[in-house]
Ligand binder design. Structure first.
Ligand SMILES: Cc1cc2nc3c(=O)[nH]c(=O)nc-3n(C[C@H](O)[C@H](O)[C@H](O)COP(=O)(O)O)c2cc1C
Length: 343
């Protein structure tokens, strides 16, 4: 693989310079982050799950005020009330966003609406079956999420195997997600058959992300072993939808019982507030810049990749570092090959 190959055909399709996609993290990925990523040559996405259409319209305008590069809006059809989803899609399509990114169970009608409106459709999936369903529904790009990922985790297989499995089974461009936060992992993803990487935790820990500093500090301090996969934080989502979070007093208190928590069985108790909105204990809301209250009791989403994150740069610096590391990783591979050729 040569350095030029770091610019994959996916870059042409998405209209970006480098094959690094910033995950559309709900609450965390607003215009400031998505535009900074796009401006630095990556592909930025707004995380707009269950946001009111007025906020979505505002954020789309705010991205466009900062950059003229393409970007996507992320929604989660299967975890959104159908009337709200229809209104969210109306807003995105009326604004003629270049791309939509969906996650969780494939909802073919949502994919079809976006495609019919001329949007590029990216779909994140956690199993081969979901990848096939997304392809059948008309997705243009498959983002393949391994169990190492931060936030909601759709499947149970590790990215090392799942990315290759899906890449072998489809002709669509594949993007590797879950545990990818460095240049070496970008090179590894390309070797597995992917054309780029999709990073959440690495961009949460940047200056432009809308996460609360408390959450960012926890990511900088955490290693992979400090994260747990649990369905304890389950309000607002279908039952049995687990998240990867940095362990806290709530996850410690349930010991080994990480699964089997049903949203309706959990006691409703307000523990924080965001922009005038009450936040309940066990909800999937993570602490944002605007959140006040018991931040320690809220889910601090992070993936295994937290191990590799120990600084808080700008998004542009994060992208530049990943690309410099990828070039260094390629040089190391060249050197290994050169050694093999010596008599
Ligand atoms: C704070 C946070 C919020 C997330 N919110 C969303 C979301 O709203 N929509 C989505 O498709 N994925 C969401 N994800 C998952 C990411 O799309 C992606 O799968 C994950 O970040 C990849 O693993 P990494 O964190 O190790 O990079 C979120 C992840 C994090 C860390």
């Amino acid at each position: 693989m040569s350095r030029g190959q770091l610019r994959t055909p996916l870059c042409e399709l998405l209209g970006c310079e480098v094959p690094i996609l910033q995950a559309g993290m709900g609450g965390v990925a607003r215009a400031e982050l998505a535009a900074a990523v796009a401006g630095a040559g990556g592909f930025g996405m707004l995380g707009m799950v269950r946001e009111p259409p007025e906020l979505i319209a505002r954020e789309i305008d705010a991205v466009r005020a900062r950059t003229d590069r393409p970007f996507a809006v992320n929604l989660i059809p299967a975890a959104t009330d159908p009337a709200l989803l229809a209104a969210e899609l109306d807003t995105c399509l009326a604004a003629r966003v270049p791309a939509m990114c969906f996650f969780w169970d494939v909802v073919p009608e949502a994919v079809a609406r976006a495609r019919d409106a001329g949007c590029l459709v990216l779909h994140q999936v956690g199993t081969l079956e979901a990848a096939q369903a997304a392809e059948t529904a008309g997705a243009d790009v498959l983002i393949v999420q391994g169990v190492e990922a931060g936030g909601h985790v759709h499947g149970r297989a590790g990215a090392l195997v799942l990315v290759e499995e899906v890449a072998r089974a489809t002709a669509l461009p594949v993007v590797a997600s879950g545990g990818f936060a460095s240049g070496a992992s970008l090179v590894a993803a390309l070797a597995l058959g992917a054309q780029g990487i999709h990073c959440g935790t690495a961009f949460l820990a940047t200056r432009e992300s809308f996460a609360h500093d408390h959450h960012k500090r926890r990511v900088l301090a955490a290693r992979a072993e400090d994260t747990v996969l649990t369905d304890l934080f389950s309000l607002n989502w279908p039952p049995g939808a687990p998240v990867r979070v940095i362990r806290n007093a709530l996850t410690d208190a349930i010991g080994g019982t990480l699964f089997g928590h049903h949203p309706e069985a959990l006691p409703p108790e307000v523990i924080a507030e965001d922009d005038g909105r009450p936040i309940l204990r066990y909800s999937t809301d993570s602490p944002l810049r605007t959140t006040t209250g018991d931040l320690d009791a809220m889910p601090a989403f992070a993936g295994h990749s937290a191990t590799l994150i120990d600084d808080l740069p700008t998004a542009a610096e994060r992208i530049a570092a990943i690309m410099a590391e990828a070039e260094a990783a390629l040089a190391r591979l060249d050197a290994l090959g050169g050694r093999d050729e010596r008599p």
